[in-house]
Design a protein around this ligand. Structure first.
Ligand code: FMN
Length: 334
């Protein structure tokens, strides 16, 4: 399938694996790129720019296909040295960066000077337009369904994607709630040039996380995510667990007076406990509503091949089949 996104990133399929803290290591990014999608290493999971350089080198050993690095600009307990991370990305020969969180404006000159294509992930039309205006090459439009930070507008993709299509000139991919061929074809119908998946890629053989995480995703339903940190305008969609229940209880008690320090134990340092140790009750970790559509743990290649084969069937058989014989004949002539 050829779209503006496959052309822009020189990839076979219009499927991107979004950056994921403690999941987006070389193993997953390499597997996604080898399967014809765009794999992304999560920059800040690497504690230093030197470690990121090593992770990039490891990924180059695993694939000769294009892959990217995610740089997330979120409020955190201490700000990372972004210019040094960008230097590691540049020196590692990376040509695609997924930015997320705050605007990447300040870093655009450095990224562009290195010939890097930037896809910014954002949750509103106005932020997408801003990304276009500051020179981003594409956007990942992240609906309210998404795992991670859906922003504060609560706009689902059914509205957000067609609105993005009305306003944007640069290509965009649909992000949030994407799991299979149905997601991809629907996203294309709404004007996207591909899709970005997070949660779905965690439940794959290559995702370098504890088996408990993959099993929890298969077991969970679409009703099992919760929104946390609303009161401090850092909303995150997470999988419910005992730690999250504790966090929600603190949030209920503190109300609008909630401070990040009040929930430190439930949100800080949780990812290694969950992803490495498999402690599923450790606290808040991102997970999308799409978890309700995850029923198996295939290899990345099986997943991507299945999506592309099903998408073709869906378009040719189901959608074309809905047209009358006359319309089909006129399409063939055209
Ligand atoms: C476990 C997990 C960790 C994530 N970490 C990050 C991150 O560090 N930076 C980022 O930009 N997005 C992060 N995301 C968001 C994903 O890149 C992607 O935008 C999101 O998962 C899309 O929604 P979906 O889960 O419904 O596919 C994370 C998502 C998950 C599930």
């Amino acid at each position: 399938m050829k779209t503006a996104i496959t052309e822009l990133f020189n990839i076979k399929h219009p499927i991107i694996q979004g950056g994921m803290h403690y999941v987006g290591f070389a193993e997953l990014a390499g597997a996604v790129s080898n399967a014809g999608g765009l794999g992304i290493i999560t920059g800040l999971t690497q504690r230093t720019p030197e470690l990121l350089a090593r992770e990039i080198a490891r990924c180059h050993d695993l694939t000769d296909k294009p892959f990217g690095v995610n740089l997330t600009f979120l409020p955190s307990f201490s700000a990372p040295p972004y210019p040094e991370y960008i230097a590691a990305i540049r020196e590692g020969g990376i040509k695609i960066v997924e930015t997320a969180g705050r605007s990447p404006e300040q870093y655009m000159p450095a990224l562009k000077a290195a010939g890097i294509k930037v896809i910014h992930k954002c949750t509103s039309v106005r932020h997408s337009l801003k990304a276009e205006q500051i020179g981003c090459d594409a956007v990942s439009v992240d609906g309210f369904e998404c795992g991670g930070h859906p922003g504060e507008d609560d706009m689902p993709n059914m509205i957000l994607l067609p609105r993005a299509a009305e306003e944007l000139k640069i290509p965009f991919v649909a992000s949030g709630g994407m799991a299979d061929a149905r997601s991809l074809v629907a996203a294309l119908a709404m004007g996207a040039a591909g899709m970005n998946m997070g949660t779905r890629f965690i439940a794959t053989k290559e995702a370098p996380v504890h088996d408990n995480v993959k099993k929890a995703l298969v077991a969970a339903s679409e009703l099992d995510t919760r929104l946390v940190m609303r009161a401090i305008r850092n909303t995150e969609r997470v999988l419910k667990n005992a730690g999250v229940e504790r966090l929600l209880e603190i949030e209920r008690e503190k109300g609008a007076k909630l401070k990040i320090e009040d929930i430190h134990d439930e949100v800080a340092g949780v990812y290694p406990k969950v992803m490495i140790d498999g402690d599923m009750d450790a606290g808040a970790w991102s997970c999308g509503m799409v978890v309700g559509l995850i029923h198996d743990i295939p290899t990345v290649k099986e997943l991507v091949d299945r999506i592309m084969a099903d998408a073709e069937r869906l378009i040719r058989k189901r959608l074309m089949g809905l047209l009358g014989a006359e319309s089909r004949a006129s399409l063939e002539v055209a």
